[in-house]
Design a protein around this ligand. Structure first.
Ligand code: FRU
Length: 431
């Protein structure tokens, strides 16, 4: 492993004041021109006609830069056959990869793993390219070999991936070894049996090397245990089961397959149950922590949206304060409230770009439950199942602003300059 820079002491896992996303902060969530993405229309084509694509992540190097493999870049996506009902995709999810030279035209590389991956199906993660090796982090959902579908979640790392490129193609192969990395400990991170409400979460591992301290971290989505009879949330049972957390593990040796749990860096107990796909963008000496969350995972008494939420701190361990006061960074327009989900932010020059998948469109209902009552044909017709337009975000300290969008699947190369933005004609967003 390369030596770690050590400008400062490790920051994660000491005893930082645990940051909280409070009900008071979340009560300020409101659509504004700065936070609403433009409406999405179906694209003409998708690189994967036979599969639905949702959660997607970039192959990045240790420094968080998009990996350049002889001019190619790679994304990994959760995928499921297109003829399934969209709601069933989580039960059969498998990871595929796509590669591109220009960041616009993508080629389907196929499934990454044969049938040796852990879990009954694989959920989201991240990918690291280091010294010619590919490491894939994912969530093993369900227990392999179990007869019934189960919801156990474990963080897994696969090592042994190699990349071969030619002038016209790229392939990721490997004799993968799947390492179970982490399970919830029941103290900082809720186990399945401790869970009191919705399905517990322990998933979405995201590799991150702190650029200031060199500390090697794995962020993940989790829940904080709140035992019955706790006085949290004023002792209100109905609020206590909304116990989202952003978890972290560290690798003291820097080995990408060896991790030790540390306390969460953010909690949303009494506020929200799911802080999904946590990831960090470092910018101007600040750490921007992003998560996706749903309208239906906010605790009673709060109104949030399916949206990208963000927090900022001066160090990776926190303390974090919500961006734009409430935490809301990007959401869908009110007339298409479920049009995108599972946002992933990454730096690009002066801006932050945000990729997400095209979810349910042509639907202005208040809840995704209403989708379930539509005919199967209508459910399929209204599900995008491909990447949405990439969103351009301006960031200034604790404030962010949606500037506009690039095309579906347009993930610019690092040296690509984006068109100047006409400040008098922002985004076309409909708050
Ligand atoms: C977000 C998410 C992830 C999970 C995946 C499962 O869209 O809930 O947290 O890994 O979907 O499909």
């Amino acid at each position: 492993m390369p030596d770690r820079p050590s400008n400062r002491e490790p920051n994660v896992g000491g005893d930082p004041p645990r940051s909280r996303w409070s009900r008071e902060q979340a009560a300020g969530i409101e659509r504004t021109p700065e936070t609403v993405a433009p409406i999405i229309y179906p694209p003409e084509s998708t690189p994967a006609e036979d599969v639905h694509v949702w959660d997607t992540w970039l192959l990045r190097d240790r420094h968080g830069r998009v990996a350049d493999l002889d001019g190619w870049r790679v994304v990994f996506s959760l995928t499921a056959p297109r003829d399934l009902l969209p709601g069933k995709r989580h039960d059969v999810a498998a990871i595929r990869y796509f590669y591109s030279r220009d960041g616009r035209r993508w080629h389907d590389g196929g499934p990454v793993f044969a049938d040796d991956a852990l879990g009954q199906r694989q959920w989201a993660g991240s990918a690291l390219y280091d010294d010619g090796d590919v490491y894939l982090y994912y969530t093993a959902a369900g227990t392999e070999g179990a007869a019934e579908l189960t919801y156990t979640q474990r963080l897994v790392g696969a090592s042994g991936g190699t990349v071969t490129t030619t002038g016209s193609s790229l392939s990721i192969d490997g004799l993968w070894t799947h390492h179970e990395l982490l399970r919830p400990d029941g103290e900082w991170y809720e186990t399945e049996s401790q869970s009191r409400g919705m399905i517990y979460t322990f998933r979405d591992p995201w590799f991150y090397e702190d650029p200031e301290t060199g500390e090697v971290c794995l962020l993940f989505e989790a829940n904080a245990p709140v035992p019955e009879g706790s006085d949290r949330c004023g002792g209100d049972d109905g609020l206590q089961e909304f116990n989202g957390a952003v978890g972290v593990a560290v690798s003291p040796s820097g080995d990408p397959m060896e991790w030790e749990l540390r306390p969460p860096i953010l909690e949303s107990v009494c506020t929200n149950q799911e802080l999904e796909r946590p990831h960090v963008v470092y910018r101007d000496g600040r750490y921007y922590l992003f998560v996706s969350s749903h309208m239906h995972t906010f605790a009673p008494g709060l109104e949030g949206y399916d949206a990208l939420y963000g927090f900022v701190a001066d160090s990776l361990g926190g303390p974090y304060r919500p961006l734009n006061d409430s935490g809301l960074v990007v959401t869908n327009p009110h007339n298409a409230p479920f049009q995108a989900y599972s946002w992933m932010a990454f730096p690009h020059r002066e801006e932050i770009l945000v990729e997400s998948f095209f979810n349910y469109f042509d639907f202005a209902g208040d809840s995704l439950d209403e989708i379930a009552h539509l005919s199967e044909r209508e459910q399929r017709r209204r599900f995008g199942g491909t990447l949405g337009p990439t969103i351009r975000l301006a960031v200034d300290g604790d404030r962010t602003r949606v500037l506009g969008t690039l095309d579906h699947w347009h993930i610019p190369t690092s040296n690509e300059s984006l068109p100047d933005f006409d400040v008098d004609d922002p985004a076309g967003a409909v708050p």
